[in-house]
Design a protein around this ligand. Structure first.
Ligand code: TXA
Ligand code: MG
Length: 312
């Protein structure tokens, strides 16, 4: 249990929030849509702790928050339509799903996908904290999994007290629903309706957004049809690997490649996508030791089962 502090909307409060985030801590961040549960998007452990604090049974990709378009351009690749939408609606309640850029974030943030969701929030405190922190913040809504999104610091305290380091007190969120999520492309896709009306986006682009989707272009968030999957076969719950298999261990079970030699599920989540990629590069089939089905173990097993499933 952590003592969750309520930080005031003062320069000192913002500086303290930035310091906690730089240390890998979790801070609830006021935005104009809803409160976000923010952690350093470059820090695997911090991102793993976000999933743990929310009790999320799955590693859905998270939105990366940045202070401005210049920072966003370093983290994602913008085509002409993406530039036009950013120019028209940022800062504001619009999230763009774009190809990953040159500046890396933890693969846990994008759930191993090659795209990343980027948002530049309008809330003055969010912007000040992003500038003070000086890096990308991963932030899903600051509620326990399965509960409604919080629009006041009291809501965050109710749901997450003891699980996060601090809440930056920004009062009530104005918009009250999450950001609208769009994946520019041909056609541009609406991935989630939200605080920015679809009509405004369609007027800006001069064409309609599509809501259908397929495996490469997921149609609705949380139901991503495409997941990171290694190029080699993968078996789960393996206590004795075959000689030609790369074994990914957990705890006392396993060889040199180990999700967490001490059996810590936060550490295991933080290293999951790195180890899968490393094992994939070796080119041999992958065998993964059993991971307990509790806490973050449920999300780890969910991802492993998807990675092990036969591909279409
Ligand atoms: O208003 C908001 O957007 C709030 C505030 C805190 O900014 N944030 C928020 O984040 O709602 P979250 O994590 O609850 O929602 C992120 C949604 C997920 O449903 C996820 O599936 C989708 O964005 N998403 C993220 N990255 C994606 C990607 N690479 N491809 C497709 N969908 C993605
Ligand atoms: Mg949410």
């Amino acid at each position: 249990m952590t003592d969750t502090r309520l930080l005031p909307a003062t320069p000192e409060g913002i500086a303290e929030a930035a310091r906690l985030l730089a240390e890998g801590g979790l801070v609830a961040l006021p935005t104009e849509t809803v409160y976000g549960l923010a952690g350093d998007a470059r820090n695997d452990r911090a991102v793993a702790r976000i999933f743990e604090a929310k009790g999320r049974p799955q590693f859905n990709p998270l939105i990366v928050h940045l202070p401005d378009l210049a920072a966003a351009r370093r983290h994602a690749r913008f085509d002409a339509e993406a530039e036009r939408l950013a120019d028209a609606f940022w800062p504001g309640p619009l999230t763009l799903v774009l190809p990953l850029g040159d500046t890396p974030v933890s693969p846990l943030v994008s759930a191993g996908l090659s795209s990343v969701a980027i948002r530049v929030p309008a809330h003055p405190l969010a912007r000040q904290l992003l500038r003070a922190f000086g890096g990308p913040l991963a932030a899903p809504s600051a509620n326990p999994s399965g509960r409604v999104s919080p629009t006041r610091p009291e809501h965050v305290m109710e749901g997450l007290a003891g699980r996060i380091d601090a809440i930056l007190d920004g009062g009530a969120s104005e918009v009250g629903v999450e950001s609208t999520i769009v994946a520019p492309g041909d056609p541009p896709l609406l991935l989630r309706p939200g605080g920015l009306p679809v009509e405004a986006i369609e007027d800006c682009l001069g064409r309609r957004l599509a809501t259908g989707g397929n495996a490469e272009r997921p149609s609705s968030p949380g139901q991503l049809a495409s997941h990171y999957a290694p190029g080699v076969p993968l078996r789960l719950e393996v206590l004795r690997p075959e000689p030609d298999e790369t074994w990914i261990g957990f705890g006392a079970t396993g060889g040199p490649l180990n999700l967490s030699p001490s059996g810590d599920l936060v550490e295991a989540a933080a290293s999951l996508f790195h180890l899968l990629r490393e094992a994939d590069r070796l080119g041999q089939p992958i065998a993964v030791a059993p991971v307990p089905e509790r806490g973050l173990g449920r999300a780890i097993n969910d991802r492993l089962r998807r990675a092990a499933a036969p591909r279409p």
